[in-house]
Design a protein. Structure first.
Length: 490
């Protein structure tokens, strides 16, 4: 089979754990050759394991160590080889992943009682991906979907009509209609291959205003943001945030209670999903579907004060996060943007993840966010070798302990309640920030609770809980067991 490699030349040093005869619970410093497509073997090409796990067939139960997993598989393990049968059978995936581990000093506790989400697929292909090429027809479709024939005015000079929108500015400037047109893009002389375009408009829809922002840099990034403005905060910057009711339950920020936010939202999560599906249909994004829905709130800050206790909360709704599906396998929804860089690489172009998100309540759409659409291109492998789930679980249990062994917290408790198999886009910004590949990964979701501080005496009684439903605690390459940094995108 012809393979078009996406070579990752920079060396990434990643801590991973391996299962070797007589060497369990060990850790090594391993060089990552990079997620080039040529590093993925077709299922059936190799009779042995593609991972680091040694021994005949790999691990059965996930861990021989004290307090490790006890309900993953009693059969002979090994990597997922030749395709055939269900993915669950091929990878020895249980219905529930259970584990309980505590560090010797008692400062770390891991408990797993997780349902496992697995696609209904027997083959796992790998695809090359690039940036979606946008054109005027596509932009017109976006504009028509959200605004129809409603007038859109230049945002920088727009002042609302005081009689309709309650603006207190006298003698408003003359409004100038404008719609996004790619023909207005700028092409810097020194970089002819990188066209760029920015549009900011205000749409008047009956007695409601929406801001409409589109920023596009060819072969680099695409961001669209549509936001309903609030009459009581017409000139304020609004922030819709979905993390409050999962992540910071132990804090005392003056936000609405969950019950109050649900009342303000005025609809159910299922109704919010249906609204998102309707927009996806009108946007001709049939390959996308809702993956996560969670309650959120809208806030703004007055003056120049931006502390957590200074926010003004004015609305609530549901965030519906959507991802694409390829041959029955969804891209896993994960909240991070993937635009961090390692030290010394700050000047390199970044390529954030594809994001499609809707905030919805009983009024309808509150905010739409779209970032960095992919173009799914050549299939690099039809069905790649995969590690068995017992091997993946063992890597997870060892790596998660390493991640938290030198933290500031007096104690850390991690609970895993969901494990998902899906696609993730990886790339190498040091070689080519315009090309990447979709690879299969395992994501472990749940909650983290930190107690106290070893360094700051005033925080010795501090308790912080973080449990966002789409923030992966650890991501593992399903093919080779490498740990992937979601912040970096590789």
């Amino acid at each position: 089979m012809r393979r078009k490699a996406v070579i990752f030349c920079c060396t990434l040093l990643v801590f991973v754990s391996v299962s070797c005869a007589g060497a369990r619970n060990s850790r090594i410093l391993r060089e990552n050759p990079g997620p080039g497509a040529d590093s993925y073997q077709e299922a059936g090409e190799s009779s042995g394991s593609t991972g680091d796990s040694g021994g005949e067939g790999g691990s059965g139960n996930v861990s021989d160590g004290e307090g490790g997993s006890d309900n993953v598989s009693d059969g002979e393990g090994g990597s997922g080889g030749a395709s055939g049968g269900s993915l669950a059978e091929r990878l020895l995936v249980p219905e529930v992943y259970e584990a309980s581990i505590q560090s010797e000093d008692g400062t770390f506790q891991l408990t797993c009682d997780a349902g496992i989400e697995l696609p209904d697929a027997s083959r796992i292909p790998v695809f090359e991906v690039g940036h979606k090429e946008i054109d005027q027809e596509w932009i017109d479709c976006v504009t028509e979907t959200f605004f129809g024939n409603a007038p859109i005015y230049e945002g920088d000079s727009y002042i609302p009509d005081p009689e309709i929108f309650g603006n207190d500015v006298e003698n408003p400037m003359e409004k100038k209609e404008s719609r996004p047109r790619l023909e207005d893009s700028e092409q810097p002389p020194e970089s002819p291959e990188y066209n760029s375009y920015y549009f900011y408009g205000i749409a008047e829809m009956e007695e409601t205003l929406f801001s409409y922002k589109l920023r596009w840099i060819q072969n680099n990034s695409l961001q669209i943001n549509i936001l309903r403005k609030k009459p009581e905060a017409l000139n304020e910057v609004l922030y819709w945030d979905s993390g409050y009711f999962q992540s910071e339950e132990t804090t005392t920020y003056p936000r609405p209670s969950r019950e109050e936010a649900e009342r303000i939202a005025g609809i159910t999560p299922e109704q919010a999903q249906e609204t998102a599906k309707e927009y996806l249909k009108r946007l001709k994004m049939d390959e996308f579907s809702p993956q996560n829905t969670c309650l959120g709130v809208c806030r703004y800050y007055t003056g120049n004060v931006y502390g957590s206790n200074d926010a003004q909360y004015i609305d609530a709704g549901y965030l519906v996060s959507c991802t694409r599906e390829i041959q029955g396998i969804s891209v896993t929804d994960e909240k991070r943007n993937g635009i961090w860089t390692e030290p010394g690489l700050d000047e390199l172009p970044k390529w954030g993840y594809e994001k499609v998100e809707f905030f919805v309540n009983e009024e309808g759409l509150q905010e739409f966010r779209l970032n960095n659409m992919y173009s799914i291109e050549e299939q690099q492998a039809a069905d790649i070798e995969l590690l068995s789930f017992p091997e993946i679980a063992e890597i997870f249990e060892q790596a998660i302990q390493m991640n938290y062994e030198n933290t500031d917290a007096l104690q850390t408790d991690i609970h895993i309640d969901r494990v998902q198999f899906g696609y993730m886009r990886v790339y190498n910004p040091g070689v080519d920030h315009t090309r990447g590949i979709l690879i299969p990964v395992w994501d472990f979701f749940g909650s983290r609770v930190s107690y106290g501080s070893k360094i700051q005496e005033e925080q010795k009684d501090y308790v912080f809980k973080r449990a966002e439903p789409n923030e992966s605690i650890l991501t593992i390459n399903a093919s080779d067991g490498m740990i992937i940094d979601r912040q970096l995108g590789y």
